[in-house]
Design a protein around this ligand. Structure first.
Ligand SMILES: Cc1ncc(COP(=O)(O)O)c(C=O)c1O
Length: 383
C-alpha cells in the first residue's frame, strides 16, 4: 500500500476535496484492494443481489443471460482447467489484444477486469470526491451512486427525458457544477431505453473541462446502438465499460473491460491489482470474442422473445416502456411489492423497483419458456 499511496497521490486526493475522514476511507480500501470496498458486498447491490429460490423458479430478476456461455466458450473454459495450477496470467493479455484489435484501439487503451463492476466502482473513486459530484440518470443503475456515497461524494440524479423516449438528459447532466464523473448507461438499466449517439457526442464535446464521461456499454450488444470506442481512440475524457456478463452469458465466470486513455486507466488501477484474472474466464472471453455470429444471433433471440412478451403485454393492455435491451419496466399501477410477492408464489422472480418510478417493476427477458411462465403468472397476479 505504501508504494502506491505516496505523497503525490495524497496531495491529489486533498486537491480533489477529500476531508481527512473520507480520505481515510479511500486509504483503507486501497490497503485491502477492491474486494475490501464495502459496497461490493452489500446484498442490495443492484443486479448482484441474490435471492433464495427453488431450483425450478423462473429467474428473471437480475438481467442475467439464461443462455450462459456459448459452446465454444465452454469448451475453451474446460480446456483451460488442466492448466489451472499455473500462473498463466498472460491469458488476460490475449483477451486485451483481441478486444483492442476489434475496437481499433491501441493495446494500452484496454484493460481487462473480472467483470465491469470493478472498473465502474474504481472510476467513481478515481474521479469523484466530496467536491466533485457523481452524475447519473434516474432511474439508472445504482452501483456507481453507492460507491460515491461511500466516499461522501454527492450523487446528482437527473431524470430521464420521457418525451425523448427516456433518453439521458445530457444537457442537464452537463450543467451539473464541478461534476467529477457523468455516467451514461446505453441502453439504460433499468429502462432498456437508448440515448441517441448525437446526444452522447454532444455531451463529450460540451462537458465541463475536467469532467470524465463514463459510458457503460453492458447492454449495447443487445441493442443496435453504436459502440463508442472511436471516442476513446480519439483520446477524449471518456471511460467505456464492457462486460461479458450480459450477451456473452458469463456473469458468474467474470470478465469485463475498461477502454480509456492510459492516464485514465492508471487512475482506476491504483484501487486494485487487475493483472491476476482467472484463466478459465479469460479462455471463455477470448473464445466468445472470436465468434462473428454470436452477438447478432443472441441479439435476435433476445429481441424476438422480448417482442413476444411486449405483444402479450399489449394484448392484455398492460402498460410498459418499450426497451431495446434484455430488461424492461412494467407499470403495474399498484403496490409493486404485492405483484413481486404474488409472482414469487408462482415461482417467478422479477426485478426490483426504483423509488422515482414507484409503480414500475423491472423484468428481465428470460428464455421463451420462462417468459410464457411469466405471462401466465403475471395475468394471474394482476387479475
Ligand atoms: C449497467 C450495468 N453495469 C455494470 C454491471 C455490472 O456487471 P458485471 O460486474 O457482471 O460486469 C451491471 C450488472 O447488472 C449493469 O447492469
Amino acid at each position: 500500500m505504501q508504494s502506491v499511496f505516496n505523497r503525490d497521490l495524497k496531495r491529489e486526493f486533498v486537491n480533489r476535496g477529500f476531508s481527512r475522514r473520507s480520505f481515510g476511507r479511500i486509504a483503507a480500501m486501497m490497503g485491502g484492494g477492491v474486494a475490501a470496498m464495502p459496497f461490493f458486498n452489500e446484498p442490495a447491490l443492484a443486479q448482484l443481489s441474490r435471492v433464495e429460490a427453488p431450483p425450478d423458479a423462473v429467474m428473471i430478476n437480475s438481467n442475467e443471460n439464461p443462455m450462459g456461455p456459448c459452446p465454444e466458450a465452454r469448451e475453451a473454459c474446460a480446456g483451460m482447467i488442466p492448466m489451472g495450477g499455473r500462473y498463466l496470467f498472460g491469458e488476460a493479455d490475449k483477451v486485451r489484444n483481441i478486444l483492442a484489435e476489434q475496437e481499433g484501439l491501441p493495446r494500452d487503451h484496454v484493460q481487462i477486469f473480472p467483470g465491469s463492476s470493478a472498473p465502474l466502482h474504481q472510476a467513481v473513486l478515481a474521479f469523484t470526491s466530496p467536491t466533485k459530484p457523481f452524475v447519473v440518470a434516474d432511474p439508472g443503475y445504482e452501483a456507481g451512486g453507492r460507491a460515491a456515497g461511500y466516499i461522501h461524494a454527492k450523487v446528482v440524479s437527473v431524470p430521464l427525458l420521457k418525451d425523448k423516449g427516456y433518453a439521458h438528459d445530457v444537457k442537464t447532466m452537463a450543467a451539473v457544477e464541478n461534476a467529477g464523473l457523468i455516467y451514461i448507461c446505453n441502453p439504460n438499466n433499468p429502462t432498456g431505453t437508448l440515448t441517441p449517439k448525437e446526444d452522447i457526442d454532444w455531451l463529450i464535446n460540451n462537458k465541463p473541462k475536467g469532467t470524465i464521461i463514463m459510458i457503460d456499454e453492458a447492454y449495447t450488444h443487445i441493442s443496435h446502438a453504436e459502440f463508442m470506442s472511436p471516442v476513446v481512440a480519439a483520446d477524449k475524457d471518456v471511460v467505456i465499460l464492457r462486460t461479458f456478463s450480459k450477451i456473452y452469458g458469463m456473469a458468474g465466470l467474470r470478465a469485463g473491460a475498461a477502454l480509456a486513455r492510459p492516464d485514465l486507466l492508471q487512475k482506476l488501477s491504483i484501487f486494485s491489482h487487475t493483472s491476476m484474472l482467472p484463466i478459465t474466464a479469460m479462455a471463455a472471453a477470448g473464445a466468445s470474442l472470436k465468434l462473428k455470429d454470436l452477438v447478432p444471433m443472441r441479439r435476435k433471440t433476445i429481441g424476438d422473445i422480448r417482442q413476444d412478451t411486449f405483444n402479450y403485454l399489449e394484448r392484455k393492455r398492460f402498460s410498459y416502456v418499450p426497451s431495446v435491451s434484455n430488461c424492461f419496466m412494467v407499470d403495474v399501477k399498484r403496490n409493486p411489492q404485492d405483484v413481486i410477492a404474488g409472482l414469487r408464489q408462482e415461482k417467478v422472480y422479477i426485478g426490483r423497483v426504483w423509488p422515482s418510478w414507484p409503480t414500475h417493476v423491472r423484468v428481465t427477458v428470460g428464455t421463451k419458456d420462462e417468459m410464457l411462465k411469466f405471462q401466465a403468472a403475471f395475468s394471474k397476479v394482476m387479475a
